[in-house]
Design a protein around this ligand. Structure first.
Ligand code: FE
Ligand code: FE
Length: 163
């Protein structure tokens, strides 16, 4: 018979996945800020690095609340997305299309996070973990705002520059 696993286990596994992902993002963002040509885009990446530090801290708070160790679990999805971002930096170095490529990669990261946090918020609510749901929802909100800001920067200046 299958081992009895439930939503609590899924939530813990997903927390470990996103904890790993956030730490990877933390090291990728300064490189993206450095590569960005647009001042607005550079600023957006720097601001989001600060927010990402908060995301890591919130996850540590969540691990504390559920009474389980803050552990990382390799997330191949984020490693792949970051790897593609690095390819863009190399392949479009010195071109007018670099920033548009950086934004595309960054939005793939945000969408991954939005997917994970969105799911975890509903699971935490279902499990009656209101405080956990609230913390994860704060991060979800910041990921969504960042995604929207990146779209604005792309549409206001970067895409025209690249075209
Ligand atoms: Fe994040
Ligand atoms: Fe993010």
């Amino acid at each position: 018979m299958a081992e009895a696993k439930n939503l609590n286990d899924l939530l813990y596994e997903t927390l470990k996945d996103i904890y790993f992902a956030e730490k990877q993002i933390l090291t990728a963002l300064p490189k993206m800020a450095e590569a960005a040509q647009s001042a607005d885009l550079k600023q957006a990446f720097e601001t989001h690095k600060g927010e990402t530090e908060t995301h890591v801290a919130r996850l540590e708070e969540v691990f504390e609340l559920i009474g389980k160790p803050a552990q990382q679990k390799t997330c191949n999805a984020i490693l792949g997305i970051i790897e593609e971002g690095k390819e863009v930096i190399v392949e479009f170095d010195g071109t007018d299309a670099l920033d548009a490529g950086l934004i595309a990669g960054a939005q793939a990261v945000e969408h991954y996070e939005i997917s994970r946090y969105g799911t975890m918020v509903s699971w935490a609510k279902r499990l009656g973990m209101d405080e956990v749901a609230e913390l994860l929802a704060q991060t979800l909100d910041e990921e969504e705002t960042t995604d929207e800001l990146l779209s604005e920067i792309a549409e206001a200046e970067v895409n025209a520059e690249a075209a």
